[in-house]
Design a protein around this ligand. Structure first.
Ligand SMILES: *Cc1c(COP(=O)(O)O)cnc(C)c1O
Length: 410
């Protein structure tokens, strides 16, 4: 039997990744669903046209409502996440913003975790507030603080666990219980864990967002957002997407579905390499502290162990205070780590980030520079060697400049 679209939730994730969202019998036997380009979808008869326009079959009437290819990716991710239905957006940020707009209206109150993805926070500040939506941020580690902020008109509690800059893990089941006591929707940006390592609906979330740009696409060659909702939240999400006319491009959808097939092997390797690299960096004299939920010293480690099935390759490294010259020396000496935004591709990245100005939580005491590291698919020992020599060079750059300043021989 050739596999067809379907929800095989009892299977291993690896098996699901290989078989979900495929329908060779409908596509001339092709293993992969081909790229569908199209706006107009023709009907043979007036009766067929009318029958297609039923509310439960909107995609059959116009390209903007989806194609067999977009449906294949939506069904695959929906099954992996364990939700009711899924919809695609042209970028991860578009997925975040339209989900918020779909759930909120003037007069509503939204609680957003303080460690949220920066552009999502900017959207809340500059657009949601203008629409008379009351926005408040909460410390992701402080459940009591969150409980005291929940109001009767709280409509959304927005999470990102762990945050992609500062890596705080949130207690999603406990937060969901608080949010649901007033009927609020729990929205989680699940990008860090991918659909494999955190199952949001099993932990009480109502909506789960992926910047598929990151691990699902996996090759830094497309932008895409994917949002899955449970039955209660689905009408808000679907109408928001349709009213705004958001539609992802067919080539990007194809690349995401193709990326999904290898997600498990890539994630397993990002996880292993990330932990090895983080452990090696933790021992380096230039490093103050590592922010990685899979390491036992991390404040969210116990919840990570309880709720997650694995870790991605993205983590933080707080450096001891160093000069600007030392920092640029560090980056000059990195050969295998690219300097750039995004993450989740096969290639390693390193970037200095400034998580502090936007945050109200004060637990993140960072005297030096915070680096965000993405461990790619290169050899772990090569990455460790490259990072170690660059950190060494940064330390030596300081002693050289100190020697020069004090007139000592080099
Ligand atoms: C990158 C990212 C986004 C936005 O995704 P884009 O596809 O770049 O728009 C949203 N949330 C998180 C956590 C991200 O890392």
């Amino acid at each position: 039997m050739l596999p067809t679209h379907g929800r095989a939730t009892s299977q291993d994730p690896e098996t699901q990744l290989a078989h979900l969202g495929r329908a060779p019998a409908k596509h001339a036997g092709m293993v992969n669903v081909p790229v569908y380009r199209g706006s107009t979808i023709l009907a043979d008869t007036l009766e067929e046209w009318e029958s297609r326009k039923t509310p439960d079959n909107p995609m059959a009437s116009y390209g903007r409502f989806g194609t067999p290819l977009s449906r294949a990716l939506e069904e695959a991710v929906c099954a992996l996440e364990g939700g009711h239905d899924t919809i695609l957006f042209p970028s991860g940020l578009s997925a975040c913003t339209h989900t918020l707009l779909g759930c909120l209206q003037a007069g509503d109150h939204a609680l957003i975790t303080d460690n949220v993805y920066g552009p999502t926070r900017t959207f809340a500040e500059q657009v949601l507030k203008r629409l008379q939506i009351d926005i408040e941020y909460f410390d992701p580690a402080d459940l009591t603080g969150l409980a005291s902020r929940i109001r009767r008109n709280t409509r959304v509690v927005y999470l990102e666990s762990p945050g992609s800059l500062t890596f705080e893990i949130q207690d999603v089941p406990a937060i969901a219980a608080l949010a649901h006591s007033v009927g609020a929707f729990v929205i989680i940006d699940n990008t860090w864990a991918s659909p494999l390592y955190f199952k949001p609906f099993a932990h009480g979330a109502d909506i789960s967002i992926h910047a598929a740009t990151k691990y699902i696409v996996g090759h830094s060659d497309a932008l895409l957002g994917i949002v899955t909702a449970n039955e209660r939240a689905w009408p808000c999400l679907r109408s928001s997407a349709h009213h705004f006319g958001e539609i992802a491009g067919p080539d990007d959808i194809y690349l995401a579905l193709r990326g999904l097939r290898t997600l498990a092997v890539r994630m397993r390797r990002h996880w292993d390499t990330g932990v090895q690299l983080a452990q090696a960096m933790a021992c380096h004299p230039a490093v103050e502290r590592i922010l990685h939920p899979a390491l036992p010293g991390h404040p969210g480690h116990a919840i990570w162990k309880r709720d997650f099935h694995g870790a991605s390759g993205l983590f933080g490294a707080m450096l001891k205070p160093m000069t600007r010259a030392q920092l640029s020396c560090l980056f000059r000496n990195l050969n295998l780590f690219g300097i750039g935004l995004s993450w989740g591709g096969y290639e390693s990245l390193a970037l200095p980030i400034d998580p502090l100005p936007a945050r109200c939580a004060s637990d993140l005491d960072c005297p030096g520079v915070l680096l965000r590291i993405h461990a790619g698919l290169e050899g772990a020992q090569d990455l460790i060697a490259d990072m170690t020599q660059a950190l060494d060079a940064a330390l030596n750059a300081d002693s050289e400049s100190v020697r020069r300043r004090h007139g000592a021989p080099a």
